[in-house]
Each structure stands twice: as structure tokens, then as C-alpha cells.
Write a protein that binds this ligand. Structure first.
Ligand code: HEC
Length: 185
């Protein structure tokens, strides 16, 4: 008798939970189809959403990069070629010493970080993973489809130097690099 009551009460709880989930799903679809969600890039995330997204991104990068081991990154030609890639493909979003704004960066959400300030918060393996795979649902592209690992490590080698680089040193490197975009073709 007592056992039967227990079974009945468990069944009742399951029904309530299932009802709540179904209600949640219906409300979710309702909101999605109503069009009230503002997808404009000019409409900022709430600070809670921003924190959640960034935390998920950091944890994901840490997890996925944990098996990658970095090669030596100190050769001059490697760093110079990394500079060439960076100048060609990254400055429009991530800026550079002496470059404080760009037209594309002003319109992006989330705003691409200034890599001179943030590159040293990541390990070389983490930088490699981010550059190769990109970050979904942000403007950060995956460069893996267009660049082999050697070229991506060159970018990482340059990013090791960027945080301490002055505007004059960056300009000097710019001269040294010539017109080359760092690609072999
Ligand atoms: C069209 C804009 C755009 C371009 C071009 C771009 N990025 Fe990004 N990048 C972003 C955005 C946006 C983020 C922020 C992603 C996020 O908030 O999770 C980002 C994040 C990053 C990060 C993580 C930085 C941090 O502190 O969170 C690295 C490293 C990075 N990009 C490297 C590069 C490199 C190297 C290139 C060039 C090969 C490049 N990006 C080109 C938009 C861009």
C-alpha cells in the first residue's frame, strides 16, 4: 500500500517536471518565432550573457588545446613571416601598435580584443588553436582552412613578441617585411 503511494507520487512529480519542460520549450519557440530577439550587431549582450559566452570560450579553448605542444617559436624568419600574416589578415580587427581604430572593428560585436593587450593571456598552444579553428558566433574566422600549421605557428611566434612591441619597432618590422603577405604563392 505504502509502496503504491510512493509510485503514484513519483509519477505525479515526473508529470509536473515534464509539463514544465514542455512549457519552457513552447515559450522558447514562441519567443524565437515572434521576432522580438534583436540580432543586430549594434545591440549589445547583457553583461551576464557576455560573461557566460566569454567563460565558455576560455574553457573550451583550454580544453581543446591541452594536447597541443608548441614547436620552438624564436626564429627570426618565423617571427617576420608571422608579422606578414598579421599585417595582412588581422590588423583590421585586432589593431596594432600605433593603430587605435578601424572601420570594421567599430561595427563588430563582440569587439575583437586588441591583441597587443591580450595575446600574453594565452599559451602558444591556445593561440594556435584559436587561430586555426576560429570562434563560433563571433567575427573571429578559422584560418585553418586556408593556412597550414607551419604558417599558423608563425603567427603564434609573432604574437609572442607583439605585447612588448613599440610603434617604432612595429614600423621597423613593417619595412623589413616588404610587400610580402607571408604566403608562398
Ligand atoms: C573580422 C574580424 C577578425 C579578424 C580579421 C581576425 N579576428 Fe581574431 N577575433 C575576432 C573576434 C571578434 C574575437 C573575439 C572572440 C570572442 O569574443 O570570443 C577574436 C579573438 C581572437 C583571439 C583571442 C583573443 C582574446 O584575448 O580573447 C585571438 C588570439 C585572435 N582572435 C587571433 C587572430 C589572428 C592571429 C588573426 C589574423 C590571422 C585574427 N584573429 C583575425 C575577430 C577577428
Amino acid at each position: 500500500m505504502v509502496e503504491t503511494e510512493k509510485v503514484r507520487s513519483t509519477a505525479k512529480h515526473i508529470k509536473i517536471i515534464a509539463g514544465l519542460i514542455a512549457g519552457g520549450v513552447i515559450i522558447g519557440f514562441g519567443v524565437m518565432f515572434s521576432g522580438v530577439i534583436n540580432v543586430a550587431a549594434t545591440y549589445p549582450h547583457s553583461s551576464l550573457t557576455q560573461w557566460g559566452l566569454h567563460t565558455a570560450m576560455k574553457q573550451s579553448v583550454k580544453y581543446h588545446a591541452s594536447n597541443i605542444s608548441a614547436p620552438p617559436l624564436n626564429q627570426q624568419d618565423q617571427i617576420l613571416n608571422g608579422f606578414r600574416h598579421y599585417r595582412e589578415m588581422c590588423t583590421s580587427c585586432h589593431l596594432a601598435p600605433g593603430v587605435s581604430s578601424s572601420e570594421i572593428r567599430q561595427g563588430l560585436m563582440p569587439k575583437p580584443p586588441k591583441l597587443q593587450d591580450t595575446a600574453n593571456r594565452w599559451s602558444p598552444a591556445e593561440l594556435f588553436w584559436i587561430i586555426k579553428n576560429g570562434v563560433r558566433m563571433t567575427a573571429m574566422p578559422a584560418w585553418g582552412p586556408s593556412h597550414n600549421d607551419k604558417k599558423i605557428w608563425e603567427m603564434v611566434a609573432f604574437l609572442q613578441k607583439l605585447p612588448d612591441m613599440t610603434k617604432a619597432q612595429y614600423e621597423e618590422m613593417d619595412k623589413k617585411a616588404g610587400q610580402d603577405d607571408g604566403d608562398d604563392d
